[in-house]
Structures are given as structure tokens and as C-alpha cells.
Design a protein around this ligand. Sequence first.
Ligand SMILES: NC(=O)c1ccc[n+]([C@@H]2O[C@H](COP(=O)([O-])OP(=O)(O)OC[C@H]3O[C@@H](n4cnc5c(N)ncnc54)[C@H](OP(=O)(O)O)[C@@H]3O)[C@@H](O)[C@H]2O)c1
Length: 426
Amino acid sequence: MGKQVNLGFLGCGNIGGGVWHLLDEMHDEILRRDGLDLRVKRALVKSIPEARTDVPAAILTERAEDVLDDPEIAIVCEFMGGEQPAARFMQAALEKGKTVVTANKMALALQWHALRAAAEKTGAGLYHEASVGGVIPVIRTLAISLEADRIHRVMGIVNGTTNYILTRMTQEGSGYAETLADAQRLGLAEPDPTADVEGYDAAYKLSILSSLAFHTHVPYAKIYREGISAVTAEDIACGRDMGYVLKLLAIGKRDGDEIEVRVHPTFLPETHPLAKVDGSLNAIHLHGDYCQDMMLQGRGAGDKPTASAICGDIVFAALHLDNPTVPSFPNTAEADPSLTFTDDWQSRYLVRMSAQDTPGVLAKVAAVLAEEKISIASVQQKGVRDGRAPVALITHETSERAMRRAVERLQGDHVRVESVIRVEGM
Ligand SMILES: NC(=O)c1ccc[n+]([C@@H]2O[C@H](COP(=O)([O-])OP(=O)(O)OC[C@H]3O[C@@H](n4cnc5c(N)ncnc54)[C@H](OP(=O)(O)O)[C@@H]3O)[C@@H](O)[C@H]2O)c1
């Protein structure tokens, strides 16, 4: 006989089903270890006849009120996905004093203020470990373990689909479109891959991560976003020749009152720990005053790993129903006006171009870069084809705006800038 805690699911697809199975399998062990008798009372789906779940039909419902209005349900677990109606349902649950556990990064990133405000009003818990990095315990690490430290940098591979595509392009020398098509065939990319390949998913996750890391609300709208759909096999091969590996990174940096938050394809030195994170794995690299460098790595998706993180939240939530963990920063709707969100960050760049094979062309490139105060760390030129020479150069650290100006000035008949990719981790 333990403490009975009733759960209600909003959504019961891939993740809801995984959580159901884990709770079923672990019920007696959780009872023994934690004294909790966890029971799923209702599970909302869109359509019961079409439900893709083996959860007992008797607990399925098509009415959200059956979960939200049931006074016996203490913890609402949201696994619907999307911003709405998921956020509205979670808000309603929190306003009734029910604790919410969710894996929904989109609803959290876009509705952080409303959800936290509702939780704070009633003192309900709002837990979301699986919203970033699947099973990787990065939310708790930032919110609890590193609470006393000052984190300056968060850098993560937080989208498994894009990491899988880039890893295969790197290993096989294949193009973007064919690799994406294969990932879709294997079920590793969605039929509509936009959210993943254009970096939206990673940007939602960065909003959550950087808010916790920097102890201030980092609204999603502040994040610069660039996906991987323009990356070519030539870009990746060129970087490899120069000792770099391409990853889609979510990067957050804080220096005093200045914050930069950006998602874009990034070259990392092949010796960097994130450069070795391949396939659909996720990893988050942190740097703080006292913790210094650390990295967390694991499965960022999949029903079983995600269910593990969610059920960890459920057990924690059930044990702390009257005393939930709350992030230690003011829940402002907008960004704190005393902070600056910069779009003119410092980075190194790998610039790939094709230059006309005539005397003086490279000197002109060097002159434009010098005028923009961009210094070159290394240059590589490989042969001449059809009167043009492929040239790749890596810059020292310079400003984003200076780099954009230089590219605009260089682009022309003599020089075609093929790609400009930021380089981090030096
Ligand atoms: N998949 C992963 O590996 C993973 C990893 C980390 C986090 N997450 C997050 O977990 C959440 C769930 O993902 P999933 O892969 O389990 O999605 P899914 O398989 O599509 O399941 C969604 C469930 O929600 C129900 N649903 C959706 N909209 C609804 C509505 N308007 N009214 C009632 N029911 C509705 C669906 O009902 P029907 O079955 O009737 O359509 C289904 O049961 C998302 O927020 C996702 O970002 C997923």
C-alpha cells in the first residue's frame, strides 16, 4: 500500500504509449522504492477508434475535460505536441492546481510565460525534462545541480534528425536531398521535415536551455535560426579537409549583460567532444565559472529513452506535489530590458568560394577582408577547373556584421562566395 497518485494523459501516441508501458512495467518497483502507487486514470486521444495505442480502451477519452476536470487526477502528462491546444490544456490544468509533466518544447518555448504564471499562481509543479535532449538530464542539471554556478556557454546538438543527416552526409559524401529522402524512408525524418531541418525544433530547445542556464527568460523570438537545407556535400568535404566536422548547433552565450542565442550549421574542430556525437544522438556541452567544461550525451528521442525521462519527472512530481521545483528567475513575458540580445556576435568563419584564375584576384579578396578588419587564419586552394579555382579560407575571430559586409562586397564575377559557415569550439 503506497500513496496512490492518479495521472491523466493528454495524448497517447508514440510517447504516451512509451510512458504507459514503462509505468506498467515499473509499477511494483516504484511502489517499493518510492512508496508511490501511480495509476493512469484517463488518456485523451483525438479519435478512440483510430487510437494508435495499446493502452486499455476503457481509459481512453476524446474529451479533454475528462482529464482536466477530474479532481482525482493530480498529475496531467501532456504528450500531444504542438503549441495549441496543448498549451491551453496545460494552462487549464495548472490553474486547477494540477501538476503538469510535458515533453513539448514548442508549447514551452512559445508559452513559457503563461504556463509558468499559471503554475506560480496555484503552486503547481511544471516539469519538462524530456523537452530538451530526450533522456539526457540537462534540465535538472541546469536547474538544480548547477544552480550555484554561473554558466557562460551552452552548446548543443539537440536535434537527432539533423545530426543523423549530417553524420551520413559526412561519412558517405552524399548530398542533402538524397540523405533526407533516405532518412524519411527509414522513419528518422518526418514527411514534412521543416521543423527539424530548418532549425525550429532546435531553437525551441535553445530558448528553454538558455533561459535556465542564464537565469532569465530568453524568448524564442530572440533566437537567430538557420537550418541545414542549404548545406552541400562540398561544404562538408571542404571542412573535413581542413580538420572540421559540421553539426547543427544550438548556441547560447552570456557575457555580463549581453546574451547571444543562435542555431545554425557550425564547424567544430574534429577533436571537440561534440564533433564525435554522431547519428541521432544528442549532446549538450556546458561551460561555467566553477563547473568549467562538461558534456551530457544520450538518446534525444525515441519512445523508451523519452519515457525514461518523463517517468523520472512523474515520480519526482508525485513525491513533491506540495513543494515543486521552480526555476530561479523572474517569469517576465518579454526579455529583461536590462539585457542586450546581440546579433553581432564574434565567431570564426569558413568561407568557401570559387575565384577566377587571373592574377590579383586573391589579393583583392585579402584586401576586402582587411578593410573589414577580418584576418585570415588559413587558406586552401585546390587546382583550377574551367578557369576557376576553389578557395577555402578560415578567419580568425571576427564580427558577424563585418563578415556579412565582406561577403556582399566579394560577391561578383571574379569571386563567387559559395558558402559561409561559422566555426566554433576553438
Ligand atoms: N517522439 C519523440 O521521440 C519525442 C522525443 C521528445 C519529445 N517528444 C515530444 O512528445 C510529444 C508527443 O510526441 P509523439 O511522438 O508521442 O506524438 P504522436 O505520436 O503524434 O502522439 C500525439 C498524441 O496526441 C493526440 N492528440 C494530438 N492532438 C490532439 C488533439 N487536438 N486532441 C486530442 N488528442 C490529440 C494524438 O491522438 P491520435 O492518436 O488520436 O491522433 C496522439 O495520441 C511532442 O510534444 C513531442 O515534441 C517526442
